[in-house]
Design a protein around this ligand. Structure first.
Ligand code: NDP
Ligand code: GDR
Length: 378
């Protein structure tokens, strides 16, 4: 039985990847942080008491800042594959905590690579690199595009990216970078913009929230569906030789478009007024019975810009050129922007106790697309 170690297993991607690898028959080990409240909500549905004979998921306390524990886990578990997804992953927060972000997001990878180098085992290493590394480089971005990072987070990820290449070339380690563009899901952290928007739609409809405060509505992102992207992480480690791949949908949309689509899908049309920090989204019409239950009236303001959410340096436009992944990995994304919005809005409206506008939590899928009921077990 193959063994994999996942850092960041409690996060969005880590939880989907753990499911994916368990389905493939792996024994999965994950590093979790000690916290005063449970932080395993995304993986509780796949957790089996380790005392039971069939258990294949094992959790270990650790932290990416703690090299001693990292060494002990790598030497003790001797996994064939390490998926390094743990990070201080919030770009805006990295401006508030630049040193901590560097310690976790940049140096965390060095600690892991050093442990692998000295362990003397053949261990394949996946690094969760990010499209943020491209920063202000013009779109579309591919593996050949130069990096122009615009945040402490992006600088930390770029350091990690380069360390992966350095250990690959210097020590012959099978270490690969997946340069992933934004990917979202019902399990997306609540402070990233997509989930913040879809939760707000649900909370406004269920009268738990009156307004949504946002930052830059003009930023464009290439948003894909997270469960599809973890499949790519695995594929990257199954190649004959280690290599770096850009993964995205090849389409970009603005934050404003995500807002409009989400509200419209829930039955609320918006009319915009003002510009920049004065910009406001007024309700223009309520065109579903669910939306009418919200008590909103035409002219009510549901969106306002709060400059607090602006970043000192912004990334304006990210859009992936996925030619290499299509050609070598034979991979292509299946869930496009509109469907992603629907999946997330349906989920959050259901979570808020209301009737979702779509078919509840069912989504269309191709026959080769692995998707299970517990994807929505949160
Ligand atoms: P999340 O923020 O959802 O998850 C981050 C994970 O890292 C959590 O499990 C978190 O643990 C863990 N973590 C944070 N700090 C530490 C630490 N000091 N020691 C150990 N573990 C830690 O991220 P995603 O799942 O969205 O992303 C996965 C990875 O991919 C990240 O590295 C991210 O930067 C990168 N990435 C993500 C993209 C996306 O669009 N989602 C795109 C490109 C790259 P806890 O639950 O305890 O907080
Ligand atoms: P990003 O994701 O920075 O691309 O990083 P995020 O969802 O935080 O921001 C996307 C864009 O939306 C704009 N924005 C807001 N963002 C947040 N969080 N909150 C707001 O209120 C808001 N209003 C507007 C942002 O300015 C930005 O332009 C994500 C993370 O998952 C990283 O870990 C990953 O590496 C990259 O995606 C690819």
């Amino acid at each position: 039985m193959k063994k994999a170690l996942i850092t960041g297993i409690t996060g969005q991607d880590g939880s989907y990847l753990a499911e994916f690898l368990l389905d493939k028959g792996y024994e999965v080990h994950g590093i979790i942080r000690r916290s005063s409240t449970f932080n395993t909500g995304r993986i509780d549905h796949i957790y089996v008491d380790p005392h039971s004979s069939g258990a294949r998921l094992f959790l270990h306390y650790g932290d990416l800042t703690d090299a001693e524990v990292i060494n002990r886990l790598i030497y003790g578990i001797k996994p064939q594959e390490v998926y390094h997804l743990g990070a201080q992953s919030h770009v805006r927060v990295s401006f508030d905590m630049p040193e901590y972000t560097g310690n976790v997001t940049a140096l965390g990878v060095t600690r892991l690579l050093e442990a692998i180098r000295h362990c003397g085992q053949d261990i394949r290493f996946y690094q969760a690199s990010s499209s943020e590394m491209f920063g202000k480089a013009p779109a579309p971005q591919s593996e050949k595009t130069s990096f122009e990072p615009q945040s402490p987070y992006a600088c930390a990820k770029l350091y990690a990216y380069n360390m992966v290449k350095n250990y690959r070339e210097g020590y012959g380690i099978f270490a690969a970078n997946g340069i992933l563009f934004n990917h979202e899901s019902p399990r997306r952290g609540e402070t990233f913009v997509t989930r913040k928007i879809t939760r707000a739609v649900a909370n406004i409809i269920s009268r738990k929230q009156k307004k949504l405060f946002l930052g830059n509505l003009g930023a464009r992102r290439d948003w894909g569906f997270a469960p599809e992207y973890v499949e790519m992480m695995w594929l990257i480690l199954q190649q004959k030789a280690p290599d770096d791949f850009v993964v995205g949908t090849g389409e970009s949309h603005s934050v404003q478009e995500f807002v409009e689509k989400s509200f419209a899908y829930a039955g609320i049309s918006l009319r915009w007024k003002g510009r920049g920090a004065e910009k406001k989204g007024h309700v223009a019409s309520l065109n579903s019975s669910t939306a009418r239950r919200s008590g909103l009236k035409t002219g009510d303001i549901v969106i306002e810009i709060d400059p607090h959410y602006f970043r000192p340096t912004e990334v304006d436009h990210l859009e992936a050129d996925i030619s290499k992944a299509r050609k070598i990995l034979k991979w292509h994304p299946r869930v496009a922007f509109d469907e992603l919005v629907k999946i997330m809005v349906d989920y959050d409206i259901k979570l808020a106790g209301e009737e979702p506008p779509g078919e509840g939590i069912r989504i269309s899928r191709n026959k080769d697309f692995r998707y299970t009921n517990h994807d929505f077990a949160l």
